[in-house]
Design a protein around this ligand. Structure first.
Ligand code: IMP
Ligand code: MG
Length: 200
């Protein structure tokens, strides 16, 4: 039933790279890694996951929205969300056009433990930009996580602490990732039929 619905609703999907089940398992495992690291950080300062005002998750909108919605529900601790929007793939682009902030970064990150989460690491520009700007606020700790790490030439070298899956250098959609604003609600990570993309 689910497969038939997907074929009907999303005829341009050519291939599934990461299934719903694989995503769900990996998100749980990533959440465990994050909780472990944050607990260690908090313990160093004599704090516990029950204490307020320590942990802020920064999702990079819009792509990280579905990943973060799933992940934060696996983090049993006191935390808040501080959204930021970064744009680099306007409209029908399938290559980065250079990252820039589309909203202002939250200004309350100083002294807090920050986890920045994005859907995918591609050229590296988005995460490098967000990291640089957050560092200026002097957080207590700063870690980066992505659902997908695209194996491509980075224009910026950026270290990511948590990676869901490594994928080949292909343009993907689904689970938050879009092409021209669409397919974010496709529940798996998939490749579009070439005919649905502009010729490169
Ligand atoms: P970077 O700045 O090149 O690392 O790109 C990261 C951003 O580009 C992500 O936040 C995504 O929004 C977008 N992006 C990169 N690759 C893809 C893709 O294959 N499909 C959809 N969006 C992508
Ligand atoms: Mg993005």
């Amino acid at each position: 039933m689910f497969v038939a619905y997907c074929i009907y609703m999303f005829p341009e999907i050519e291939r599934i790279l990461v299934s719903r089940e694989q995503i769900a398992d990996r998100v749980q495992a990533m959440a465990k890694e994050i909780v472990r690291d944050l607990q260690e950080d908090l313990a160093k300062d004599g704090q516990t996951p029950l204490d307020e005002d320590n942990v802020i998750i920064v999702p990079i909108m819009t792509g990280a929205m579905i990943f973060v919605a799933d992940l934060v529900r696996e983090l049993p601790m006191k935390l808040s969300l501080g959204l930021v929007a970064v744009s680099s793939y306007p409209g029908e682009s399938v290559r980065s056009k250079g990252a820039h902030f589309a909203t202002e970064l939250p200004d309350n990150l100083g002294g807090k433990h920050i986890i920045v989460l994005d859907d995918i690491l591609d050229s590296g520009q988005t995460l490098a930009l967000v990291k640089e700007m957050i560092e200026k606020q002097n957080p207590a700790s700063l870690r980066l996580g992505v659902m997908l790490d695209k194996k491509t030439d980075r224009t910026v070298d950026v270290h990511v602490d948590y990676v869901g899956f490594e994928i080949p250098d292909e343009f993907v959609v689904g689970y938050g990732l879009d092409y021209n604003g669409y397919y974010r609600n496709y529940p798996q990570i998939a490749v579009l039929d070439q005919s649905a993309l502009p010729s490169r």
